[in-house]
Design a protein around this ligand. Structure first.
Ligand code: GDP
Length: 195
């Protein structure tokens, strides 16, 4: 995929702030620090558009990035951050559940997992929501450069197993450091948009 134009559009805290131009949306979910911002930057070939150090757990908002005036990448707040209050956790639940249930433009959900670690309870819960709402999902196992290639398969298998993922669910091995998986992930996204 050739990147011609990228821009940060809005940090939306309410559905009435979501863009209204009807472009397809690819959303990203994952624990804070899993590497979502780095992944978004890598996908868009931008160094710093998605803030790599967005303060975890502060505001529950959806960050919208537009690519080639054709696609939105929608970054969910990172979850699992210890210092998040009960109220913030509830806000996250309401916002994400509503988005998954109602957002017609959502064509593909990326569930971003650190390849080194077993998915957390929150990851499993997120995956269950996606199944429940029948959202097409792609698991992205990132930070692949952090473990030896010989261990990739074993870790991917473990991740799928812990999530209880169906066989058909695509998994993309990714590294924001090396660019591994970038083209494959764009292909998966474009396929989902065409579907
Ligand atoms: P976010 O909280 O999910 O947005 O995570 P960030 O993108 O801010 O990444 C968290 C940390 O992991 C940062 O120090 C990144 O440099 C690092 N990181 C993210 N992705 C990768 C990757 O693919 N490989 C390596 N080696 N480090 C990564």
């Amino acid at each position: 995929m050739k990147i011609k134009q990228t821009e940060f559009v809005i940090s939306a805290v309410r559905p009435n702030q979501y863009p209204e131009d009807g472009l397809p949306e690819i959303a990203l979910a994952g624990r804070s620090n899993v590497g979502k911002s780095s992944l978004i930057n890598k996908m868009m070939l931008r160094k710093n558009l998605a803030r790599t150090s967005s303060q975890p757990g502060k505001t529950q908002q959806l960050n919208y990035y537009r690519v080639n005036e054709a696609i939105y990448l929608v970054d969910f707040p990172g979850y699992g951050y210890a210092k998040v209050s009960k109220k913030q956790r509830e806000q996250f639940g309401v916002m994400i559940e509503t988005y998954l249930r109602e957002r017609q433009q959502l064509v593909l959900q990326l569930l971003v997992i650190d390849i080194r670690h077993e998915p957390s309870k929150d990851d499993v819960l997120m995956y269950e929501w996606l199944k429940h709402f029948e959202i097409p999902t792609c698991i992205v196992a990132t930070k692949a450069d952090k473990i030896p290639r010989s261990k990739w398969d074993k870790h991917l298998k473990q991740i799928k197993q812990t999530l209880g993922a169906d066989k058909e669910v695509p998994v993309v091995l990714f590294s924001s450091e090396t660019g591994l998986g970038r083209e494959q992930l764009w292909d998966t996204i474009l396929d989902a948009i065409d579907a």
